[in-house]
Design a protein around this ligand. Structure first.
Ligand SMILES: [Zn+2]
Ligand SMILES: [Zn+2]
Length: 370
């Protein structure tokens, strides 16, 4: 059987860096991993091939032999590649932990830890809540360190099994007849010891970054609603999925409008003559202004409905209404002439101040007696 060229398998050039070898293998291994391609013989073969290529090329010594003498050179030194997928897992027990956090030593492979969810408070205007808007936000969060690809180590060879636990992540204490297994305090259960921590992230594998995101605010959103941006939270560790980002919405108050569901309510001041005689007034709307006809004889507090000028329905078409409540304004100061005319008006309607007062008091007294 003719063996394929290792560089060709990974699709890399002869001078590919260690980092490139690792990255490419990681990609291929995830794609062709047996857990993801159950029963697919071809995928299994690709997985095995890629693993073998990685096994040779990531190791400077093996790589040098291969570069110089090819497959024959490796075979001459006792390297025969992998017979089957099981060989890959037993050979890569440790390295797989780093690459994917598949725990091959223990009870089957398990995925890494999911990243934490993040919260972002976003204040938006009343009108943006009504009609929706795309808003750009900057979210501080952690990202995989670009210098070390998240390994936390200066170079690949700087990661060693933890000396306290031998890479198992747990240590066993004997207490009388019992043995108790506890998480290793030195490596905090990760089983790794980083001899030369990466300078970019001081060995954490993560760096703080501000990430620009666009949030699509749907029209009709309400104060204290929240939006979920899936996988925009903190990154997972050991190949685990990222957390989610929750955007909590705060809607600013509007100087003129209040909201009742999808209806908006506003007050419109009118004068006594306008209320009595009727008129046309201009009222503000969410988008500008509109004309409203006040019929003659309108009492104070009456509510007029402007159909379809309210807030967008959140999940559906159409909009709420605008409700305009008129408020008759009472002037505090009158000119001499105005007062004279008003007194004349009162005399003509029989609403002279004193008798009206008397009549009201009389009626009030009668009611009490009943
Ligand atoms: Zn340890
Ligand atoms: Zn780093």
């Amino acid at each position: 059987m003719i063996k394929k060229d290792y560089y060709e398998i990974l699709g890399l050039g002869r001078n590919a860096s260690q980092e490139e070898v690792k990255k490419t293998y990681r990609k291929l291994a995830l794609k062709f991993h047996p857990d993801r391609n159950q029963g697919d013989k071809q995928a299994e073969e690709r997985f095995k091939e890629a693993s073998e290529a990685y096994e040779v090329l990531h190791d400077p010594q093996k790589r040098q032999v291969y570069d110089q003498f090819g497959h024959a050179g490796l075979e001459g030194r006792g390297f025969h590649g992998f017979g089957d997928v099981g060989d890959v897992f037993s050979a890569f027990g440790d390295i797989f932990g780093d690459l994917f956090s598949f725990d091959t030593a223990g009870q089957g492979r398990r995925a890494g830890r999911r990243g934490a969810d993040l919260r972002y408070d976003l204040q938006i205007s009343f009108v943006d809540a009504a009609f929706g808007k795309k808003i750009s936000i900057e979210v501080p969060r952690h990202e995989s360190c670009p210098d070390c690809s998240g390994t936390g180590a200066e170079t690949d060879t700087a990661i060693k099994p933890c000396p306290d636990c031998g890479g198992k992540g747990s240590v066993i204490h004997s207490q009388g007849f019992f043995s108790v297994s506890t998480t290793c305090s030195r490596c905090r259960g990760e089983g790794k010891f980083i001899e030369h921590p990466c300078r970019g992230c001081r060995g954490h594998g993560l760096v703080s970054k501000k990430r620009q995101l666009e949030v699509k605010i749907p029209g009709g959103i309400e104060d204290s609603n929240r939006l979920r941006l899936s996988s925009e939270g903190e990154p997972g560790t050991g190949g685990g999925p990222a957390g989610d980002l929750y955007v909590f919405i705060r809607v600013k108050e509007h100087p003129l409008f209040t909201r009742h569901g999808d209806d908006v309510v506003c007050q419109a001041p009118i004068s006594f003559p306008q209320a009595v005689l009727g008129c046309e007034i201009e009222v503000p709307t969410l988008e500008g202004t509109t004309k409203l006809t006040i019929p003659h004889g309108t009492p104070t507090g009456k509510i007029f409905r402007l159909s379809g000028l309210g807030v967008q329905h959140l999940h559906g078409r159409g909009r709420g209404h605008q409700l305009v409540q008129v408020e008759i304004q009472v002037p505090k100061k009158l000119s001499a002439e105005q007062e004279k005319l008003l007194r004349e008006y009162a005399r003509l309607t029989g609403d002279d101040i004193a008798p009206q007062k008397e009549g009201f008091l009389k009626r009030f007294a009668q009611k009490k007696a009943n």
